[in-house]
Design a binder for this molecule. Structure first.
Ligand SMILES: Cc1cc2nc3c(=O)[nH]c(=O)nc-3n(C[C@H](O)[C@H](O)[C@H](O)COP(=O)(O)OP(=O)(O)OC[C@H]3O[C@@H](n4cnc5c(N)ncnc54)[C@H](O)[C@@H]3O)c2cc1C
Length: 315
């Protein structure tokens, strides 16, 4: 078993939930889980991480704004220092941006968007969807160091108290060719890629106001609102909500598809959801082929009924 280095992503001083999931996975498959935090407030983050059981935390505090060059250098320094043979991160936009560059620099193998990671015969073996989610493929990584990004919400984060040694790394930070001047979430809304419940709307919601009943149910269930590309392209809802091949990949416990036909590009982003409920007035809509529960009907009649029932159950 090898030491595993986990890149812990922070946004505006907050740890992303999916990075905690990566630490939990590292603890299950590695001998030591070492977290890397790149943040001016890294000491505070390191204290918060104690609840999730890393064996050590490396901090890099000198990088003011996100840049792929600087983060790649921080990761490379942490790999060298830790001697880790496995590097894990959550499959986020940031990780997708800079981690492949760190892998390429070391001529190392990398698997993105993994649904399963295990050690088999001394090798890192991963399972991931290919062909827009139609096929699950197993990949063994043969290089000396293996890089893997994991789909959020697949391995639940588990708390495990620890007293990790915290060490600041000295990193020679390159002058970035490009850097983020400001990183601001479009809103404080829960991100679909981290939500356990998603109520998602497609062309069937008919307009921006058609998302209101979806928002009500999502709020009631502590979830997020998702959307098909048709709804986003029609400018009924912003792109950060889009699920699918050119949007976000999600794995919630519950995905409710309202007025979404179920085209392959949409399914590519949500077919690994644990339970799928489809509401569609066309009984032949392909979304019903992958749904666990299907309701043939008008979403504007079905959703208020569903919301009423949820309110009754919740008291
Ligand atoms: C390269 C590429 C990338 C793409 N990436 C994405 C992506 O990331 N995400 C994505 O979603 N799509 C993506 N698409 C588009 C995709 O092919 C579909 O066009 C899109 O998903 C369809 O969206 P929809 O299901 O909302 O609309 P439609 O296919 O028009 O379906 C609307 C559905 O709503 C139902 N409906 C209508 N009124 C009601 C009502 N009152 N109550 C209940 N049901 C109702 C209809 O029966 C129908 O099934 C991509 C396409 C390409 C070519």
């Amino acid at each position: 078993m090898s030491n595993i280095l986990v890149f812990v992503e922070t946004r505006q001083g907050k740890i992303r939930k999916s990075s905690l999931e990566a630490i939990t996975l590292a603890k299950k498959i590695g001998s030591k889980a070492i977290a890397l935090v790149v943040d001016a407030d890294a000491d505070k983050i390191a204290t918060e991480l104690k609840e999730y059981g890393p064996d050590a935390v490396y901090t890099v505090k000198g990088i003011k704004n996100y840049s792929p060059d600087a983060y790649r250098e921080a990761l490379s320094a942490a790999i060298e220092k830790s001697g880790a043979k496995i590097v894990l991160a959550s499959q986020t936009a940031m990780a997708t941006d800079f981690i492949p560059a760190a892998a390429a620099k070391l001529n190392a193998g990398m698997v993105t968007d993994a649904l399963e990671v295990k050690i088999d015969g001394g090798k890192v073996v991963t399972r991931k969807p290919i062909y827009a989610g139609k096929v699950l493929a197993d990949y063994a990584i043969n290089s000396d160091i293996a890089f893997v990004t994991i789909r959020p919400n697949v391995y639940p984060a588990e708390s495990a108290a620890s007293s990790p040694a915290v060490e600041e790394l000295a990193v020679s930070i390159p002058v970035p060719k490009a850097e983020a001047k400001e990183t601001k979430s479009a809103s404080d809304e829960l991100d679909v890629s981290e939500a356990d419940v998603i109520i998602s709307g497609g062309r069937g919601v008919k307009g921006p106001e058609g998302f209101e009943p979806l928002k009500e149910l999502a709020t009631l269930l502590g979830g997020a609102v998702g959307a098909s590309r048709s709804a986003v392209d029609s400018e009924w809802i912003s792109h950060q909500h889009q699920v699918g091949q050119t949007g976000k990949t999600v794995s919630p416990v519950l995905y409710v598809a309202c007025g979404i036909s179920g085209k392959i590009q949409h399914l590519a982003g949500m077919s690994s959801s644990k339970y799928i409920i489809a509401i569609n007035k066309d009984a032949e809509a392909p979304i019903f082929d992958i749904a666990d529960f299907g309701i043939v009907g008008d979403l504007f009649q079905v959703l208020p009924e569903l919301t009423k029932k949820v309110k009754e159950v919740k008291g």
